[in-house]
Design a protein around this ligand. Structure first.
Ligand code: RIB
Length: 304
């Protein structure tokens, strides 16, 4: 199974701050570092490092060589990556001492995809392949619809969540890979209990598999045949940026390697735990071998 990831690529400017800035406040940052990022790029890197065959579609600007270089070095196929005569997407990220972040994304080239470009890319893919999309580029709805018309399976990481997502053809999605905030918005569920959110999602999207990450409580999975869950690992947190992307990429790559769902959840959980131990987005994503070693080590203690 090949994975076509139509996704964003960002230059991440990461500002270390004592606390997140409040309205009307000015604060000093002790350090600014530049990393490769973007939910799409991070997920492609995670898939490739997990041994999946991934093609990245999307657009960088003329300043985006560091983004294509990183993808290439990770083993991502770049046959469809466009370079447009504009600036790349970028993100302004505040990183606090607890390793949490606040992110502002400016779309740049990620917002300039066209339907004819997507048609051209999709020409080369079919029923044996899966389309992965997030919500950081334009043309997401079109891509989901057209991929399904070609018999592809589809995976949607509904991040960042916004109102326009609800107008997408969500009935075309085979895998939702989402967190609890996204799950509540997609299911229009006001309950706080994760099981209720999962039930609401399954009721609304009965043909889809739901992968619902629920913070410190791990992840819940349900499709029409399987129900599974997995806990989180006890690791030091340096930077949570791209932990969700790492989870998403490892989950899909594990599926594409033919692993059972329970094992896909385990590999994805291990990988995202490793990712939070390192600063930055794409560069914090481990390899398959790193994850295997971590899983075998004594540090594998699941917190429930
Ligand atoms: O998910 C993390 C990513 O969100 C960052 O790399 C940033 O670019 C934003 O897209």
């Amino acid at each position: 199974m090949r994975i076509l990831n139509l996704g964003s690529l960002n230059i991440d400017k990461v500002y270390s701050v004592p606390h997140f800035v409040s309205a009307g406040e000015t604060i000093l940052s002790g350090q600014m570092e530049t990393f490769t990022g973007g939910k799409g790029l991070n997920q492609s890197v995670a898939i490739a490092r997990a041994g999946g065959e991934v093609y990245h579609a999307g657009a960088i600007g003329t300043d985006g060589k560091m983004l294509s270089d990183l993808l290439e070095s990770a083993g991502v196929h770049l046959d469809y990556l466009q370079t447009l005569d504009t600036v790349s997407g970028h993100a302004v990220i505040q990183l606090n001492p607890a390793g949490q972040n606040c992110i502002i994304v400016c779309s740049g080239s990620n917002g300039l995809l066209t339907e004819s470009y997507i048609d051209t890319v999709l020409e080369d893919f079919g029923p044996d392949d899966i389309l992965l999309v997030q919500n950081e580029t334009n043309c997401v709805a079109y891509a989901l619809r057209e991929a399904k018309n070609r018999g592809m399976r589809t995976a949607f990481n509904a991040s960042p969540i916004d109102d326009k997502i609800l107008s997408y053809p969500l009935d075309k999605v085979d895998y939702f890979i989402i967190n609890e905030v996204e799950g509540k918005a997609l299911s229009n569920c006001s309950f706080d209990d994760y099981e209720d959110v999962l039930t609401a999602l399954r009721g609304r999207f009965p043909n889809a598999a739901i992968v619902l990450t629920v913070g410190k409580d791990g992840v819940l999975y349900e499709d029409s045949a399987v129900r599974a869950s997995h806990g989180i690992y006890d690791v030091p947190v340096v930077d949570t940026t791209a932990a969700g992307d790492t989870f998403c990429g490892f989950f899909l790559a594990s599926l594409s390697r033919g692993l059972p769902v329970e094992e896909c959840l385990r590999m994805a959980s291990l990988a995202s735990s490793l990712a939070v131990g390192k600063k930055g987005a794409a560069n914090s994503i481990p390899t398959w071998d790193d994850v295997i070693s971590f899983g075998e080590s004594e540090r594998e203690k699941i917190l429930y």
